[in-house]
Design a protein around this ligand. Structure first.
Ligand SMILES: [Zn+2]
Length: 317
């Protein structure tokens, strides 16, 4: 058990399908210790929760609270309803962490935690109104309105990946068609690249060479690499990602009128020129009174945004 002394530090956990990160973070958002491990391959609740608790204990000496962001639907109750990455049903993550560490706990969706991190300690520092859009395997987000994290009725506010930009577009993980995530999320982009290559399209020659003709080896990182080497099909996918992200983010800007938009995530920064295209494209895509919209910043906290935000929310809910 960790000693729940009153201190100025908390443990932040970021529980994803690929990695689990744990960090000891102080009130200034400084990371004093950090650990990263591949997520238990079973993905089972017992194994992953056990791993998260063990890692929290390893970094958490002196911490007064623990916060966790999880790649899934997790509202303010701290109960993980389900996936998309973990198909756990109704796991009370907050209670499990409290039991396992002996510390007060908070738990939310991972991108909500990253939003808190960027707002309090990263690119959105000092903003009263901010929206955050993170482009990874999926697309998530969060909003700060009038100096407070927007939660909505149940803590689910910020699912910006499901802003619909093209009703006749590809199918999304949510069951609808043409959400931003369906067009620009890493998992769906890899699926689309597999389809293009599978159709025998000659413009995907570089991608075909990279994966050795095996579509199963294609992931978003490979699509980005092929685009960087000039693969025409992958560059076309990149263009369609940019236009989806511009349209989707413009709708969010029109809805919230934020001071700053913080954008990040490995897929946004991994594709050649994608970040610049989105930043520049947003300028005149928003409603006329908001033009030119220029305050778009790249996220600053990188892979640790979620853990830093989780610790920060635990210290200061
Ligand atoms: Zn969707």
């Amino acid at each position: 058990m960790l000693d729940p002394v009153m201190s100025g530090t908390a443990v932040g956990l970021d529980i994803g399908r690929t990695n689990v990160r744990a960090a000891l973070v102080d009130r200034g958002g400084n990371v004093l210790k950090a650990l990263r491990e591949p997520t238990d391959p079973s993905g089972s609740r017992e194994a992953v929760l056990g791993q998260a608790v063990r890692m929290a204990r390893e970094v958490g000496e002196g911490a007064s609270a623990v916060g966790a962001g999880v790649a899934g639907q997790c509202g303010s109750s701290g109960i993980v309803a389900r996936g998309p990455d973990f198909w756990w049903e109704d796991v009370d993550l907050k209670a499990e962490l409290e039991k396992g560490t002996g510390l007060r706990a908070v738990a939310r969706n991972d991108v909500i935690m990253a939003t808190v991190g960027e707002w309090r300690h990263g690119a959105g520092r000092g903003a009263r109104d901010m929206v955050c859009v993170m482009v990874g395997t999926g697309i998530g987000g969060g909003a700060v309105v009038d100096g407070r994290l927007a939660t909505g009725r149940s803590g689910y506010a910020g699912h910006f990946g499901h802003v619909l930009v093209d009703p006749s577009g590809p199918e999304c993980s949510c069951g609808r068609r043409g959400c931003v995530e369906a067009l620009a999320g890493g998992k769906r982009v890899a699926m689309r690249a597999r389809m293009v290559m599978g159709s025998g399209d000659g413009r995907a020659a570089i991608l075909r060479r990279m994966c050795g003709g095996d579509p199963e080896r294609i992931d978003a990182r490979m699509v980005a690499r092929a685009a960087a080497e000039g693969d025409e099909a992958c560059l076309e996918l990149r263009d369609s990602m940019a236009s989806a992200l511009i349209r989707g983010t413009a709708s969010i800007v029109n809805s919230f009128d934020p001071e700053v938009v913080v954008m990040g995530g490995p897929v946004l920064t991994g594709f050649p020129k994608l970040w610049e295209m989105v930043r520049d494209g947003l300028r005149d895509e928003v409603l006329p009174p908001l033009r030119p919209f220029e305050n778009v910043k790249q996220a600053e906290l990188g892979d640790l945004a979620g853990a830093i935000g989780a610790a920060s929310l635990a210290l200061n809910p």
